[in-house]
Write a protein that binds this ligand. Structure first.
Ligand SMILES: [Mg+2]
Ligand SMILES: [Zn+2]
Length: 241
């Protein structure tokens, strides 16, 4: 791998940086029947995903699930120690900026990054906005307000977020162009930004999940692709960047 002076690492969060899915995990810990409702509602496709999670949070709050319970669930969520080492060591080497680009939400991600000592490593976190109400309800909103103009992506991104557009917008905010972009992802919504990577860039695709399937079926990537299963493999690759 060639050494570069200025590179960007972009992380999807759920099942990429973290070894679980925040939106589902907090209910697996605190309200399994709401977790079932999410599964069934997501499968039948009757609600937009972020709206559905916001509704699940309201339902949990109404029955007395507390902020402490949700935050504690996030702090104990599976997160591989090799991923903490990989990010910490690459950041310490200089030259690398980190962006987290996730369809989870700002509260979930910041609670976990703080817990793992990684919050200062990230230049930006682009995700759905969330905040605690005084009552202890976590109020979650879509990144793109449903009443305003929507993104025009034709690759199949969900209504509230086109990660490809968000990645391009990040590049515009941080010129000049990075010598190399490394994108770590697993989900079908990571396919759109992966399509925008150049031949000098690299995609670290988790070998289970929707991204792998879309690459196999649709193709069209210009970047190098490395497949991985465990965070220890990401650590190995980061050591060579
Ligand atoms: Mg993911
Ligand atoms: Zn898109």
């Amino acid at each position: 791998m060639v050494a570069v002076q200025r590179q960007l690492v972009v992380f999807d969060f759920d099942w990429s940086m973290a070894d679980q899915d925040t939106d589902r995990w907090v209910f697996e810990v605190n309200a399994p029947d709401i977790r079932r409702w999410i599964e069934d509602t997501d499968t039948d496709g009757t609600m937009q995903f972020t709206d559905m999670v916001a509704q699940a949070l309201r339902d949990a709050h109404a029955r007395g699930v507390t902020r402490d319970q949700l935050e504690n669930a996030l702090r104990i969520m599976p997160f591989h120690p090799a991923m903490i080492r990989a990010i910490t060591n690459l950041k310490a080497a200089g030259k690398t900026s980190f962006l987290c680009l996730s369809n989870a939400n700002s509260v979930y991600i910041s609670v976990i990054l703080k817990e793992k000592g990684l919050d200062a490593m990230f230049d930006e976190i682009v995700t759905n906005p969330a905040e605690w109400a005084p009552s202890g309800l976590l109020v979650l909103r879509r990144r793109i307000d449903p009443s305003g103009p929507q993104h025009s992506c034709t690759v199949g991104c969900s209504p509230n977020m086109c990660k490809g557009d968000e990645l391009e917008a990040y590049f515009m905010r941080h010129p000049p162009a990075y010598a190399r972009v490394v994108f770590v992802g697993d989900g079908s919504n990571d396919f759109c930004p992966a399509l925008r990577l150049r031949s000098e860039d690299m995609l670290l695709c988790r070998s289970f999940g929707g991204l792998h399937k879309r690459i196999a079926k649709e193709g069209g990537l210009k970047c190098e692709v490395k497949y991985w299963t465990g965070a220890w493999e990401v650590e190995e690759i980061f050591k060579k960047l």
